[in-house]
Design a protein around this ligand. Sequence first.
Ligand SMILES: *Cc1c(COP(=O)(O)O)cnc(C)c1O
Length: 381
Amino acid sequence: MSTSVIELSKTALHKNISFLKQQLNTTRISSVVKANAYGHGAKEFIMMAQGCGVDHFSVFSSEEARKVKSYLNNGADIMIMGWVNDNDIQWIIENEIEVLVFDFDRLQKLLDVAKRIDCKVKLHIDLETGMNRTGFEQKDIDKLFKILKRNKKHYEFEGLCTHFAGAESIANYKRIKDQIGAFDCLYQCFIKSELKPKIRHVACSAAALSYPETQFDMVRIGILQYGFWPSKETLIYFLSKKQIQDSPLQEILSWKSKVMSIKNVAKGEFVSYGTSYLAQKDMKIAIVPVGYSQGYARNLSNQGRVLIKGHRVGVIGMVNMNMLIADVTTVKSVKIGDEVVLIGKQGDLSIPVASFSEFSDQLNYELLTRLPAEIPRVIIK
Ligand SMILES: *Cc1c(COP(=O)(O)O)cnc(C)c1O
């Protein structure tokens, strides 16, 4: 038996996807499920997402693509945005997996295998527009066009794309606008050279909402579908633009454990390793079998909150490798086996993931993706 469990809410996901569909009109959603679906559990998440009509999934690596492929039941499409193992290339082509190319080395390898097995590889051409990460640059364009024209029999030109360097922050406004301009300019070059991609896709979650002109034919949505905002700024900008009060999103993940042990501590004693917590009064504490090796960040020591018996209580002392300690002095009748909510709701109270970033310098993204794959995932209503 595992010491904790992660629950995924179908209702919440439905809500998030319908919200996205409203914002996007006819633009297709590619559900970004890299990093084990942002820690949610790729298998369970993809099963639920397919139930919501999602039919395109983006992953980072060919290894992730293989896993996702095995979870699909509705013939959805898969796109690899990052790493490709050379040994996976033939599998990629035979299984019609879409793949981003951002340099000549990868392009040539893909085309060579496509030629050899007499199939077409589904290419997305990734353009460098100012992030300075991956992508073909302006200076590569002539050479790229030559190769693409020479090899027309060996690929399908699925898409033209780029990625923004921080669309979730207004501080990057100028840079993002410049990227949008650079992308359009390069797109025109493709069109003039009679190399027309089937689709254009450039937006991540933040861009899709804050720069609607970037929606084009498809958007690559990660964080929003899980019920989180890319940043507070994105949320506030959205609320003020739409003149609404509350976030229309709902976090789909909850994380729960149980009280493993209870004891009393006398006033003047230290709790857990070292001297970071001194009992100021006689106290009752509950030991919870989840620690930093199980994804509960150590910098939540003396900072975190958990829910027990409908009370919000503090995490006291250092978070250990496999345990944390909660102050349950005020919680009457708490007993071994009682539910402990680390993330999510209990009664009227909730611990949103976002609250963690106020105590620690972890982004939502980072906290989520550090949730270990070994914790069991359960789909709930
Ligand atoms: C991770 C990723 C996304 C999704 O980003 P979110 O902010 O989670 O929506 C989109 N595009 C690329 C290239 C990515 O790597």
